[in-house]
Every structure is written in C-alpha cells, then in structure tokens.
Design a protein around this ligand. Structure first.
Ligand code: GSY
Length: 152
C-alpha cells in the first residue's frame, strides 16, 4: 500500500457539498482507504478574478499506481461537472495528487510532488492539519516547516 496526499478545491456551485461528495467517492473506492480529511478553508483565489475557493486536503492509503489514482481523481472531477477550460479559471471541483509516498514523478501527465504545492498556503495550511510530519521530497522539508515559511 502507498500513502498519498490529495488537495481538493471548489469555487463554483455548492462547493461544500461537492467537496463532501468527492470525499465520499474516495472513501467508497475499493482500492482506497481514507486516513484523514482536513477542515474546509475559505481562500482568496490565485489567478484571474473569480469567486473565493473552499480548499482542503485528504490523506489516504491505496493499492493504485500513481497514474491509476490520477485517473480516479479525474473521473471524480468529471462526475462533479468539471470541464477543463481556462487553466487558472473557476472550477466546480479540482483534485490534485500532491504526494505519493516519497516518489518524484516527472511525466507530461503527472508531476508529483505537485510542483506548486510548496508556495500555496491553500494547500499547506490544510495539509499541515493532517500530515505535518510528511516530507515534500523535492525540498526535503516537512509540511509543517513549509507551512510556516509560506506567505498567508
Ligand atoms: O490549483 C487549484 C485551483 N486554484 C485555486 C485553489 O484551489 N484555491 C485558491 N485559493 N486559488 C486557486 N487558484 C486556482 S487556479
């Protein structure tokens, strides 16, 4: 089994119930065991003008390989109406694979750790609630330390 961290965000529609629905999909997947879910944080948008986001993080164990887990995340996004339009635009549901064990993956379709997670308070603050001692393997720093360093 592998350990993973996922980032969740929504700023279109009923974000609270969309995020709760996404968590239920993860919880009910036969190859995923949910470990912890952070609180939902209201955050100011990074990128073009758009509504505030609700962001949070989850940790899980899985027997899925990274690309198979990514496919599961994309199918949950699609189920909740995500249409990939503007790269930095508003979205009903965004699921990011942040960490997968201590792997560093650089594929065109998947980069792990998520390349921008160490500069994003909307990722580090919720992730530090549930996995403060996890190590971001590119920097070698813990999530708690990265969270203290990021500008909020
Ligand atoms: O990268 C995920 C989508 N996204 C977000 C987000 O989830 N939260 C905040 N606060 N700003 C964002 N800008 C984008 S794009």
């Amino acid at each position: 089994m592998s350990w993973c961290a996922i980032g969740l965000g929504s700023n279109l529609g009923d974000s609270r119930s969309i995020l709760a629905g996404a968590i239920e999909r993860l919880r009910s997947h036969s190859q995923i065991e949910l470990i912890a879910v952070s609180r939902w944080h209201k955050t100011a948008p990074i990128g073009p003008p758009q509504p505030d986001y609700l962001n949070g993080c989850a940790t899980l164990q899985t027997s899925l390989e990274p690309l198979d887990l990514l496919n599961v995340l994309h199918s949950i996004e699609a189920e909740f109406g995500r249409v990939r339009q503007e790269v930095w635009g508003a979205r009903t549901l965004d699921l990011d694979l942040l960490l997968y064990d201590d792997l560093i993956i650089d594929l065109p379709s998947l980069q792990v750790p998520h390349p921008r997670m160490i500069e994003r308070a909307f990722v580090l603050v919720p992730l530090s609630e549930i996995a403060p001692d996890a190590i971001e393997p590119r920097s070698g720093q813990s999530i708690a330390i990265l969270c203290k360093q990021v500008e909020i």
